[in-house]
Design a binder for this molecule. Sequence first.
Ligand SMILES: Nc1ncnc2c1ncn2[C@@H]1O[C@H](COP(=O)(O)OP(=O)(O)OP(=O)(O)O)[C@@H](O)[C@H]1O
Ligand SMILES: [Mg+2]
Length: 557
Amino acid sequence: MPLRSLSEEEFIGRNPELTSLYNSASEAQQGRATSMFLSGPTGIGKTELLKQLFSRLFWQQNKVVPFFYTINPFFNSLRDFSADYLNKFIRQWLAFQKKDISIIQTNELSLERLKRCAEKSDAHWAVDIIGNFHETMISGNEIDLFFSAINVPELRYQNTGIPVIVIIDNFHKTKNLYGSHAEHSKNVWKLFEEPIKSRHTPHIITGNRGELQDMFFQQTSLGEVMELFEISELDKSNSLQLFTSLCESHNITVDAKGVILPFVDLFNSNPFYIKNFIQTARHAGKTLSWDNLWEVYFNEISSGKFHTFWLSRFKKNILRLDLRKVILEILYHLCSNGTPNTAAALARMFAVSTEDLNDIMNFFQETGIIEMNFSIFNIVQDRVLTDVIKVLYHKEVLGKALSTIEDELITDGYKKDLYKYVKTEERPLFEVTIPVIPKAELIAVNALEQIAKDQHIAAELIQQLNIALIDLFISIKPRKDKLYSGNFFLKFEHLEDTFTIDVKTPYKELISSTSIDALSENQLLRRYTDDIKIEETKNGIHITLIKKLKRDLLSAS
Ligand SMILES: Nc1ncnc2c1ncn2[C@@H]1O[C@H](COP(=O)(O)OP(=O)(O)OP(=O)(O)O)[C@@H](O)[C@H]1O
Ligand SMILES: [Mg+2]
């Protein structure tokens, strides 16, 4: 793959989006393509989708050239940025034509080397472009240089009739591009307007949703000429698939499948959260229980990756230290569905000056954690984010200990509210009540046969369980000299890799030759089961026979 991206099997549930984007190639050929603003919450998979698009365009067709560019915030001059843009464009074009990815996968950025590479490929057009670029560079006009670089896909189309799909990730970072005379070259990114309008070299642009909305709809009217392509969360079944396939690839088993569901909901089917959660969870053990998973989750939101991820965004965007506390208070207020939620009312409620309010609004805009309707705010639908805010608020504003916060949020909150997922998880479980009568064992064995067959337990295992159950009943028969009323309670349970039989007697005395100790020594029971548990209850004895189901002995259904 030209860019480091997931394999086709690892990339889950985005085929409709990928196909729809791929179709822009044929639109570009017909000269009726429109540039797109690919918008979606953090971590939803925008970058990955575009990498997959690039790969598909690179390998599966020959008519439209794909160009993928990620804006790097570390360029400190327009010249460097422009040279890099040109370099990558030419290399990707040559690589595409020769289907040779080694041309792209180089760290070589000098124009001299690029020229040599073009000469080697007999790409005279590229040599000319590099020559012109070099001249503009010498003449010193950075803005012209910048424009010539970002316009080169269109120029190529005009000279060759070959369309280009320009894919730009992290476009919001173009805001930080300045020339050496900052005052003249501020907002140089707006020069993208012309290339973006091209019908043969459509630009598919993504990046931070909040900042791009501001750039395309407030600062310019570019949004009007672009198609808005909204990426929503993966659907439930795809998220589950992602969750389980990641567990498998990390060799993790989860106690019961049902416990995954609340986490898929919690992560709002966001691949970034799912992936990172499982990467952390794998350190907690190979088999994870409901409790383990919540422990991992709390660590993630209080000190782990989720916490660090959001905290670094907050810090980056709240430059004024004095505003951090009040912003946290406002965010907590919004997380708790508090009203009011208009700017002016919030400012009054939290005693914020008009000047501070402006800075706060900028913060909201840039982090994209607030959805601004016409006049009211709402925090975005992201449970992880709201939990990070809750933990921060309880810790930093209310001064609570992390253990207290964990008790409130997890033990008394999520775990209680979501317990139904663990409880109602479908486990095949059958209960049978048999009166204490002679030959009760025959009824028990009959029931076992039926249930085990329905559960597709292998015949060989059923036979062994039958012998064990009959022998158990013989051992727990009531004393002949006593009359007993009451019932045996039997429970058969089929778990993923075990079959268990629970038997409860309504009396404690066993036939004279058998004591509880003798029961646990019973050779037949030992031979035909993998584990036996025996305990006295208030009114009787509770015996559990456990049989392991080896995969190869599970009969085919
Ligand atoms: N459909 C998918 N199947 C499997 N993994 C995915 C899928 N989409 C994204 N991922 C993985 O999830 C993580 C987050 O995806 P990505 O970086 O593309 O999100 P993003 O929307 O670009 O986030 P940001 O807004 O922060 O740039 C990455 O590790 C990516 O490989
Ligand atoms: Mg991204």
